[in-house]
Design a protein around this ligand. Sequence first.
Ligand code: UDX
Length: 433
Amino acid sequence: MNITIIGSGYVGLVTGTCFAELGNKVICVDNDAQKIRHLKTGHVPIYEPGLEDLIKKNVRKKRLFFNSDLKSAVKKAEVIFITVGTPAKGNGEADLTGIENVARNIAHCMTGYKLIVEKSTVPVETGEWVKRTIEIHNHKKHKFDVASNPEFLREGQAINDFMHPDRIVLGVESNKAKNILTSLYRPLKAPILITDIKSAELIKHASNSFLAAKISFINAVSEVCERVGADVTRVAQGMGMDKRINELFLDAGVGYGGSCFPKDIDAFVTISEKLGYDFGLLKEVREINLAQKHNFIKKIEDNLWIIKNKTIAVLGLAFKPNTDDIRSAPAIDIIKRLEAEGAKIKVYDPCAMPKAREVLKGIKFCKDPYDAARESDCLIIVTEWNEFKELDLVRMKKCLKRPLIIDGRNIYEPQQMKKLGYKYISMGRPKVL
Ligand code: UDX
């Protein structure tokens, strides 16, 4: 199929490249001409394992193209995916300016039937607005359909998520749209759920909110565990053995971050409010997530007493492992708060330091975890990179001024840490001193 992807950000690039890999002819469009120039020369502006190689392969095979000319890209494609950003406005609402612009531009450039698919995460009823916008500007009255096909790609494993999805959600209004999209996705041999557009839009917001709720739930349970000396990892294990619950997204820690969960929950709360429903449950999910960062900082204070002029080594900046993304990363908030209290910060992250340099000034970026720990009063772990799980903790102890580790992701075994002579504090687990 001839496919055009409008918006060559994270979702657009992964989606476009994977469709090309499945044998389609794909044009990825972006209004950032410099980004397109870089992509044409094989430079990928985001870090996603495997993506650069897959892009190069499909460019070589002449299945994947990059262009900033929307008009020709719309003309050539029967199926057009909208994957532009929907950033949060100050009030938590999603800013849909990009979607409206694209819908209008598509209408102006249409030369025949087009299937326009919204893939960006959008509030329910956006599909209706896209349709109305195209109708207004589609002066030559070309036939078209609008569909919703939300993405469920996790950063760090997006290609695998695309190629092996748990499900594909198609919100459609016509048989033609349904047939085009089901044949496009057929090679993936994944379960396909066909539904109406509004339900498809809601599936995305409801799924991400539910996952965030799962994380906040276990974080709340971890608070209770700490008060009675129980172990939240064992509680989560026992809960997860129930198939109805399952063990995923039950890791207690400093809370969720990233470009999706915080933004999507804000947007879902706001759209529900607009529709006349107060989604109090989700507001609490948000509050618990915020509280986790405070709880973590309190552990640092409880163990260092005065923060001012203490040197704190921070391991991990990315909002989760295997990405360089620091959007809404707990580490950034935690560091800013510690800095405000007068701490000297030394950090190390395997991938996210270049991006963090743009937002964190006056802290020391280190060449490895041991360098960060050298002469520090304590070591804190904020992202659970595998590299940190495999540290030489005997060597690490010699680097630190005192053997104190405060672990926001529960990556070490408390008993083992005790044997090594550490004071080890983690999340929702009994203190082993
Ligand atoms: C998420 C959704 O999973 C994906 O389907 C959606 O389309 C985009 O948003 P992503 O933001 O890449 O993906 O990250 P994810 O792996 O879901 O993790 C989100 C956050 O939750 C991270 O900060 C992670 O550290 C945190 N998390 C996750 C926990 O704190 N505990 C857990 O048990 C799981």
